[in-house]
Ligand binder design. Structure first.
Ligand code: SF4
Length: 89
């Protein structure tokens, strides 16, 4: 996923038409932890999905990725902004 992200950023920097809009959609999907939307915007959706599927997070944290799992900063921030409790213990 990281490689796909960097490639899209490179495309945006190089002025490829539509790359910036696509990168903005990817950023929104990432903020929302919307994995299907991230796959849809990825340059190689099948590879991105295969990587995530091979490294799924622990049980109750399927909205995050396996890097931070229950400590996902994006998830915690979304909950904080929604006025919800953040329980990472
Ligand atoms: S688990 Fe970590 S790397 Fe994954 S989306 Fe959340 S903050 Fe980002």
């Amino acid at each position: 996923m990281e490689r796909t992200y960097k490639t899209q950023m490179d495309a945006a920097r190089q002025g490829i038409p539509g790359a910036r809009d696509r990168d903005d959609r990817m950023a929104e999907a990432r903020k929302n932890l919307d994995w299907d939307a991230q796959y849809a915007e990825a340059l190689d959706p099948e590879r991105a999905k295969a990587i995530r599927d091979s490294r799924l997070p622990e049980d109750d944290h399927s909205d995050t990725c396996s890097m931070c799992g229950k400590f996902c900063a994006v998830r915690s921030m979304n909950k904080a902004l929604a006025g919800e409790m953040i329980d990472i213990l």
